[in-house]
Design a protein around this ligand. Sequence first.
Ligand SMILES: [Zn+2]
Length: 600
Amino acid sequence: MSRFYEVKKRDGAARIGRLLLKGEGREMQTPLLLDIESLSSGGGEDKMEVIGVESPLFTELSKEETWNAPRGTVILPEIHPLSAKLKAAPPLFVDFFVLAFASSMLHTPEDFVRRVIDAKRRIPPDVALWVPAIATVENAALLAYMGVDIIDDTNAVMKSYEGIYQLEECELRVDDMTDLPCNCPVCSSLSIEELRARSAKERAELLAKHDRLILEREVKKIREYIRAGILREYVEMRVRSSSFLTAVLRFLDTESEYFERRTPVARKHVMKVNTMESLRRIEVKRFASRVLDRYRPPSTQILVILPCSAKKPYSLSQSHRRFITAIGDYRGNIHELILTSPLGTVPRELELVYPAAFYDIPVTGYWDAEERAWVASCLRAYLDRNRDNYDMVVAHLRGAYKEICATVAEELGMEVIYTCEENEKEYTKEALERLRSRIAAFCGAKRRLSRLEMGARIFKAMADYQFGLGTGDELVKRGERVTLTGKYPHFRLVSTEGVLARIAPEYGLITLTAKGARRIEKFTPYIVEIGDFVPKGSILAPGVVNAGEEIRENDEVIFRGDKAFGVGRAKMSGWEMVESERGVAINVREVRALKTVDCD
Ligand SMILES: [Zn+2]
């Protein structure tokens, strides 16, 4: 448990936190760059105390409320003789942990990933992690992305003594340079010739100042990107300068469990899918697995597979609008599935969820082998699971989309009808007319879903996606008369009891009212049990008694306790709510005070 550290904002494993320093009420923000010189010379940050396992003071760390400045201890590698002592210690009351022998991580990308992730798993979520003496302007963003909260300038200073000039993208030797491509106070005050003319010590000191300044600027940028929720995009750009760091990111992308537990379920901004690493983001994997595990198609006879559009949600794009107009009332007979990279398959009812309505990918018509294989695997899994649901599968596709579909259909031994000629765009009049007439011939006057039923399907599918399979049927009961108000996508679901849920397109989620929450509370794990109080505004982590393991940041959650019932948005994962002693767990949107029966 920490006393002087509090996480305020998360972006995956990266966090912005507040570290309070002794005296003057000074606070610093993480990711934090420590000035190693001031640490050792007794300057501002010396009030951070590190007590190692070998120190006689170590036992003090197990006592609560006895410290009045940030303190931490050292995490040793498993093979270290003192590691067992640390493991055997009772829970420690510290604000941060320091990863020992961090520089040995730089030997291989696997070690880099292994050491940091193992350390993060060993420490409580509300305590900071300091990885000393390895930060550079090149790797700082990646360190923050992995969940490192504190770095220092040791490495940058050491490099300056070796005559290395650091830039965001690379390191250069001062001896090889003809200019100083920077406008920090050091570089703008002298020329490269003047710098070289200085004594070795002076030169190193000036370089150290420059190196530290650009590292400081980098850390400021990282904090802003975490705040904006775009650190991953920045990291993908950043690692390009080094094959070591690119390898680290690729190894990190195999750590699905680590990132799944820490990545928000929804964001407000567009996910940029511009590199091969973007395809392996946890958001992409999560969406694909939920389409399989938390989605069931409606019982319509025909599946129509369509290509994606650049504009999101797809149905508001010009191409999909043309399709919708051409199909007319037959829409109630078909089920629409959108084929896309990198998300694989997007059922129409889920087109508003994050990241289906929130991604951008360069469109060139060229799909590389990895992209094809991934999208094909998604389509194969979808058809394999749901094929019995349909009497007929129509693919209104061409080019790579059609090739992928044909390969999958052949593998599964499924018959697919193609309604688009190879040299014809999908949304031409002729192509759409061909599609419509095939559907019309097959359906005739068979029963079809009404517009209202299709709208209610969106709520059911989104509820299943967010709260678990089956919750949609509890939110809107079979045969129940409901109405939809508002204009798509700003729908509200209204029953005779009142509003049950709304679509929040800005997040790609549905939000529940307390009435809606009552309908599904027995059927979902997205429940937070709280203490004996009526919350106002937000619920803090210490007020949480228990929370569903599957809850992620920005999830819509139902909270309940003896005195209150309500709904809100999770601000941390369920496991963090349980394990943390600090921080906001839920932003409350609606709360009902419960009448309690007094037994005394
Ligand atoms: Zn400079």
